[in-house]
Design a protein around this ligand. Structure first.
Ligand SMILES: NC(=O)c1ccc[n+]([C@@H]2O[C@H](COP(=O)([O-])OP(=O)(O)OC[C@H]3O[C@@H](n4cnc5c(N)ncnc54)[C@H](O)[C@@H]3O)[C@@H](O)[C@H]2O)c1
Ligand SMILES: O=C(O)C[C@H](O)C(=O)O
Ligand SMILES: [Mn+2]
Length: 542
C-alpha cells in the first residue's frame, strides 16, 4: 500500500471509507483497497445505524460506535448528530461508566487519548506534542479519575471520561474534533481490584498525593499553556481533595473550567430557575439543602449563593438559605473535618435544640424544612418516600433533584418522586428519565447533567478567544439556559430537552461570548460575536 493511502485510511480525521470519490481514490492510490461502491455519508450512516440497532446490549452498541469513532470521525459525528438523544446515554453517561469499569479488559485502541504518568513528568511535553501531531489544540479535557462520576477511583481506566466528554462537545456545540485532546493523568489508583488485576493497564501503585502530585499538575499546566496558548482546559472527575484546589489555583491565570464544580453549578441553577418559573416563586425565598457536599454539591451551593447575592441579598443573608448534609449528617461549624468549600455554609448548633439528632437526611429535612433538595451523595435511594413527603409539607412545589450518576446511584427515581409527592415535586435527574404519568398529567423530567451546558460554555469562550472563564460568564450561561424552557405547559420539564441540545448550546454560547466581550475578557467586537461562533462550529460533512 502506498504511504499516502495508508496515511489517509489510518487517520480518523482523513478517512472517509466508502465515502472516497473516484477522483480521491485515483489521487490517493485507494483503488482496490475499499469496496467499489461509492457511498454518501448519509448512506454510510444508515448502514452503521442498522448495525447499531442489531446489537443486543448497550455496551456492545457503544463499542460499535467507538470503532467508527476510531476509524472515521466525520462519520461518527454525522451519526451522533442524527441520533443525539438516543446516542447520548450510550457514548456518554450512564453507559460510559460500564466502559470505564471494563476498560483494561476491553482495550483495543487508545482512541486518540494522551496518557501521562505521575512517575514520568519529563515526558509530559513530548506526549502532548505526539498527541497533537501539529494540530491547533483549543480544548483539552483532563481527568486523573479519582472520582469518576459517583463510581470512584478507576485509575488509568478513567481515560474514557475525557474522550466521552469531548465527544459531547462536538456533537452538541460543533467543537472541531481535530482541535481537541483527551488526557488522563495516571497518578496510581487506590482500587485494590485494579491493582490486583493482571490485565490492568495503568500504574500499579497507590495514588500519589502531596508535593509530587502538585508539581506534576503544575508541569502539566505549564507545558499545556506553552504548547497550546489558546487552549481551554477542562478538569473532570478529580477527587474531592484536589478538584477545588486545582481550580482555585489556576482560574485567574488561564482559561480553565472544572466541570463538576462549575458545569454542575450552572445546570442545577438553570434547573432551579426553570422550576421557579413554573412555580412562580422567588429564589431568595427558598431554603436549599445539599445532600452530599463534595465537589459537585459544594460547587452548586456556591453558584446558587452567588445568584442570591446577584438578586439582592447580602452575603450574610444569602448564607442563611443553605444547609449542607454529608456523611456526618447536617454540617456544623464545630466539625474539624469540614472541607474549605463546606466551611462557609456550616451551621451553628445553637440554631437547633436537637442538633445531636441531625445526623441523617430525614431528621435534617424535618428540622430545616427545605424547599429545594439536591442529591450529589452517591447514595442510591436516599430520597425515600418519607423524605419526599416531608418536602411537600414545606412548600407547594418542592424542587427535588437527585443528580448522582450513573443510574444505579440516583438518590431516587423520578417516577417515585412524582408518585410520592402526588405530582407536586419539580424534578430533574442526572441521567435521562422517562416522562411520568400521574393523575392524567404527563410530567417531563429535565436532565440536570452538566453535558447540557459545558459544550455551549466552551463554544462561546473559544469563539471569542476569551482569556479567562469568569463567574459572570458562568452566570450568563445558567440564565440563558433557563430562559429556553416551556414553563407554562402542564407537566413541563425544568430544563430544555436533550433533543434540542445543539440549538440551546448555541444560545448558551452567544450569552457567554456576549458577557466575555462586555466585561473585557475578550477583544472581539460585539458585532462579530455571532459570526465568530458560526465560524467556530465544525460540521460533520466530507
Ligand atoms: N448530574 C451532574 O451533572 C453531576 C455533576 C457532577 C457530579 N455528579 C454526581 O454527584 C455525585 C458526587 O460527585 P462529586 O464529584 O461531588 O463527588 P465527591 O466525592 O466530591 O462528593 C460526594 C460527597 O458525598 C458524600 N457522601 C458519601 N456518602 C454519603 C452519605 N451516606 N450521606 C451523605 N453524604 C455522603 C461524600 O462524603 C462527599 O462529600 C456523583 O454521583 C456524581 O456522578 C453529577
Ligand atoms: O459525567 C456526568 O455525567 C456528569 C458529571 O460530570 C459526573 O461526574 O457525574
Ligand atoms: Mn464529572
Amino acid at each position: 500500500m502506498k504511504m499516502k493511502a495508508r496515511n489517509v485510511l489510518n487517520n480518523p480525521f482523513l478517512n472517509k471509507g466508502t465515502g472516497f470519490t473516484q477522483a480521491e481514490r485515483d489521487e490517493l492510490g485507494l483503488n482496490g483497497l475499499i469496496p467499489p461502491r461509492i457511498q454518501t455519508i448519509e448512506e454510510q450512516a444508515e448502514r452503521i445505524y442498522e448495525q447499531f440497532q442489531s446489537k443486543e446490549n448497550k455496551l456492545a452498541k457503544r463499542q460499535l460506535l467507538m470503532q467508527v469513532f476510531n476509524e472515521n470521525r466525520t462519520l461518527f459525528f454525522k451519526l451522533f448528530s442524527q441520533h443525539l438523544e438516543e446516542f447520548m446515554p450510550i457514548v456518554y453517561d450512564p453507559i460510559i461508566a460500564e466502559s470505564i469499569e471494563e476498560y483494561s479488559h476491553q482495550f483495543i485502541q487508545p482512541q486518540g487519548a494522551i496518557f501521562l504518568s505521575v512517575d514520568d513528568p519529563d515526558h509530559i511535553k513530548s506526549a502532548l506534542e505526539n498527541g497533537a501531531n501539529g494540530r491547533d489544540i483549543r480544548l483539552i479535557v483532563v481527568s486523573d479519575a479519582e472520582g469518576i462520576l459517583g463510581i470512584g477511583d478507576w485509575g488509568v481506566q478513567g481515560v474514557d471520561i475525557s474522550v466521552g466528554k469531548l465527544m459531547v462537545y462536538t456533537a452538541a456545540a460543533g467543537i472541531d474534533p481535530s482541535q481537541v485532546l483527551p488526557v488522563v493523568i495516571d497518578a496510581g489508583t487506590n482500587r485494590e481490584s485494579l491493582l490486583d488485576d493482571p490485565m490492568y493497564l495503568g500504574n500499579r501503585h497507590l495514588r500519589i498525593k502531596g508535593q509530587k502530585y502538585d508539581e506534576f499538575i503544575d508541569e502539566f499546566v505549564s507545558q499545556t499553556e506553552s504548547l497550546f496558548p489558546n487552549v481551554y482546559l477542562h478538569w473532570e472527575d478529580f477527587g474531592r481533595s484536589n478538584a477545588a484546589k486545582i481550580l482555585n489555583k489556576y482560574r485567574n491565570k488561564i482559561t480553565t473550567f472544572n466541570d463538576d464544580i462549575q458545569g454542575t453549578g450552572i445546570i442545577v441553577l438553570a434547573g432551579i430557575l426553570g422550576a421557579l418559573q413554573i412555580s412562580g416563586e422567588k429564589l431568595t425565598e427558598q431554603t436549599y439543602m445539599s445532600f452530599g457536599a463534595g465537589t459537585a454539591g459544594a460547587g452548586i451551593v456556591k453558584r446558587i449563593y452567588d445568584e442570591m447575592i446577584l438578586q439582592g441579598l447580602s452575603e450574610e443573608e444569602a448564607k442563611q438559605h443553605f444547609y449542607l448534609v454529608d456523611k456526618q449528617g447536617l454540617l456544623f461549624d464545630d466539625d474539624k473535618t469540614l472541607t474549605p468549600e463546606q466551611k462557609p455554609f456550616a451551621r451553628n448548633r445553637s440554631e437547633f435544640n436537637n442538633s445531636n439528632e441531625l445526623d441523617n437526611l430525614e431528621s435534617a429535612v424535618m428540622a430545616v424544612k427545605p424547599t429545594i433538595l439536591v442529591g450529589t451523595s452517591t447514595v442510591a435511594g436516599a430520597f425515600n418516600e418519607n423524605v419526599v413527603q416531608e418536602m411537600t409539607k414545606n412548600t407547594k412545589r418542592p424542587i427535588i433533584f437527585p443528580i448522582s450518576n450513573p443510574t444505579k446511584l440516583l438518590e431516587a427515581q423520578a417516577a417515585d418522586i412524582i408518585q410520592w409527592s402526588k405530582g407536586k415535586a419539580l424534578v430533574a435527574t442526572g441521567v435521562p428519565s422517562e416522562p411520568v404519568e400521574f393523575d392524567g398529567v404527563i410530567y417531563k423530567i429535565g436532565q440536570a447533567n452538566n453535558a447540557l451546558v459545558y459544550p455551549g460554555l466552551a463554544l462561546g469562550t473559544i469563539a471569542v478567544s476569551a482569556h479567562r472563564l469568569t463567574d459572570s460568564m458562568i452566570s450568563a450561561a445558567a440564565h440563558s439556559l433557563s430562559e429556553t424552557i416551556a414553563s407554562t405547559e402542564l407537566g413541563a420539564a425544568v430544563l430544555p430537552p436533550v433533543s434540542k441540545l445543539s440549538e440551546f448550546s448555541k444560545t448558551v454560547a452567544i450569552a457567554v461570548a456576549q458577557d466575555a466581550v462586555k466585561k473585557g475578557v475578550s477583544d472581539c467586537q460585539p458585532s462579530d460575536i455571532n459570526k465568530r461562533i458560526e465560524l467556530s462550529q465544525w460540521q460533520p460533512e466530507y
